[in-house]
Design a protein around this ligand. Structure first.
Ligand code: S3P
Length: 162
């Protein structure tokens, strides 16, 4: 495939799980931006935020978004804030996995919540969600409502639409 399929959306929207399933189904390579940044820094996302600060993390995301512009044939699972560094092009499919805040919050386990520095405070996370809603929609070439759908259902919906 001569393009990338990039999954964007808020924390808890299942980007990593879906990207894995989609890459298998379409026989495409898989790239997980958080995992790659972790590997490059030798630290967990939580530790990067703590030791180096959010700005450092965002800069790593920005560099990766630029690298992605020269790559093809990847299903990309992004961190919830990565979307801001994506520049529009006529090639890639940018898929926003959409759901409401309560649904996403309830999907994250206790462990999932503690791993995510921006979900430490629920009200702050809710504000961030509200602030990003329109931005995700603007960046997306396709919007998929994920609420109460299985991975299989979402994968087949994405496959039909790209
Ligand atoms: C972030 C989401 C996280 C991770 C980091 C920042 C965000 O990824 O990149 O904690 O800004 O929304 P997930 O969306 O995979 O949880």
């Amino acid at each position: 495939m001569n393009k990338n399929i990039i999954l964007i959306g808020f924390m808890g929207s299942g980007k990593s799980t879906l990207a894995r399933a989609l890459s298998k189904k379409l026989n495409l390579k898989l790239l997980d931006t958080d995992a790659l940044i972790k590997e490059r820094c030798g630290l967990s996302v939580k530790e990067i935020f703590k030791q180096k600060g959010e700005e450092f993390f965002r800069n790593e995301e920005k560099k990766l978004a630029l690298e992605l512009e020269n790559m093809r044939g990847f299903v990309v699972s992004t961190g919830g804030g990565f979307y801001q560094f994506l520049r529009a092009n006529d090639r890639d499919s940018v898929i926003y996995l959409r759901a409401d805040f309560e649904f996403l919050k309830n999907r994250l386990s206790k462990k999932g919540l503690t791993k995510r520095p921006l979900f430490k405070d629920e009200e702050a996370a809710r504000s961030l969600f509200n602030a990003r809603l329109a931005e995700y929609e603007k960046k997306a070439t396709h919007i998929i409502d994920i609420k109460n759908k299985s991975v299989l259902q979402i994968v087949s919906e994405i496959k039909k639409r790209i």
